[in-house]
Ligand binder design. Structure first.
Ligand SMILES: Cc1cc2nc3c(=O)[nH]c(=O)nc-3n(C[C@H](O)[C@H](O)[C@H](O)COP(=O)(O)O)c2cc1C
Length: 323
């Protein structure tokens, strides 16, 4: 591995994706960084994000990144992010808002060009195989090749989507990626904040679906999830979700995204599979248990090939053996 991550003090070409809403907290990020990769804390309310960054610093002296979703991040999130070693942004018009190392995750060549022009230190190229929210519409390696042609030689490109083992990491590096970025593999680690029952479903599942169903407060945003009661109920017709629900999500999105956390918490506890106004909040160990059947069980296509939940440090070492 050369270049950007090395300058950050990252030893191995393995980056743990930021996974918001309490999936990627300090335990996971610190375990990954302590093992030589780059750990990332996902977006959450700004006060909690600051506390998680401080906890991660107590657990490791390795570099820590913070992931911010540009549609949800507010000034207070940026105040916290400036104290991280790197900030990784996603979902929105790329714009430099801090002096630390900045990566932007992109789903198209156009988006990568825009991030480069805005001064990003590198981009994460996301393929359609990815779990969680997905901007990519083509396989990751294909998008990497096209992005490489469009941007100057040596500009750091990282690859996300469809990476689960050391051979996948090797393929990404051979194709010119500076590092591999993995979400689903680290979601299925001891340290992720996913509920035990969610981890169990991940181990048992093979199939995912790309949808816009969980669009309350975040409309028109494609995401990849496992099938569960609520997806079975509402995605038998249009995989994106019923048109009237998407329309309502679009109309209410700007207001709902600004609701105080307490109001959002109360709404989450009432979320049911029978009522298709569905928040993107994942089923973490701190979220209400009804979200297992009435919420998004984010997962990438690699869930078909991953059948265990393991310590993150062990995963980092094993993944990097391909590097
Ligand atoms: C559970 C889960 C939550 C995610 N949340 C975020 C997020 O908050 N911000 C972000 O930039 N990407 C998020 N992603 C997408 C990842 O950044 C990354 O693109 C993806 O995980 C790569 O594909 P993989 O899941 O096949 O490894 C999430 C992915 C998963 C699986």
């Amino acid at each position: 591995m050369t270049g950007l991550l090395e300058r950050l003090g990252v030893e191995l070409p393995v980056v743990q994706a930021g996974m918001g809403g309490g999936i990627a907290r300090s335990e996971l990020a610190a375990a990954v960084s302590e093992a030589g990769g780059l750990g990332t804390i996902g977006i959450m309310p700004a006060g909690a994000l600051g506390a998680e960054l401080r906890k991660a610093r107590q657990r490791t002296s390795g570099p820590i990144a913070i992931n911010l979703l540009l549609n949800l991040a507010r000034a207070k999130h940026w105040e916290v992010a400036r104290d991280a070693d790197a900030v990784v942004t996603f979902w929105g018009k790329p714009r430099r808002q801090s002096d630390n190392v900045w990566l932007h995750q992109c789903g198209s060549v156009e988006e990568a060009r825009a991030a480069h022009a805005a001064g990003a230190d590198g981009v994460i190229v996301q393929g359609v195989e990815a779990g969680g929210h997905v901007r990519g519409t083509t396989p990751a390696l294909e998008l990497l090749a096209r992005t490489r042609e469009a941007l100057p030689d040596g500009y750091p490109l990282l690859l996300a989507g469809g990476i689960a083992d050391a051979a996948d990491v090797r393929r990404a590096l051979d194709a010119g990626a500076e590092a591999a970025v993995l979400g689903t593999r680290f979601l299925m680690s001891d340290e992720s904040g996913a509920r035990q029952a969610y981890k169990q479903r991940l181990m048992e599942s093979r199939e995912t679906v790309l949808t816009e169903l969980f669009g309350l407060g975040w409309p028109d945003a494609t995401h990849r999830v496992l099938w569960n009661e609520v997806t079975e109920r509402w995605l038998r017709g249009d995989r994106r979700g019923p048109a009237w629900v998407r329309l309502a999500n679009r109309a209410t999105g700007p207001v709902l995204a600004r609701l105080p956390d307490s109001a959002q918490g109360a709404a989450l506890r009432r979320q049911r599979a029978g009522v298709p106004f569905l928040s993107p909040q994942p089923a973490t160990d701190q979220a209400p248990s009804n979200l297992l059947d009435a919420g998004p069980l984010y997962a990438g296509e690699t869930v078909a090939r991953i059948h265990d939940v393991r310590p993150a440090a062990e995963l980092v070492r094993e993944l990097a053996a391909g590097g």
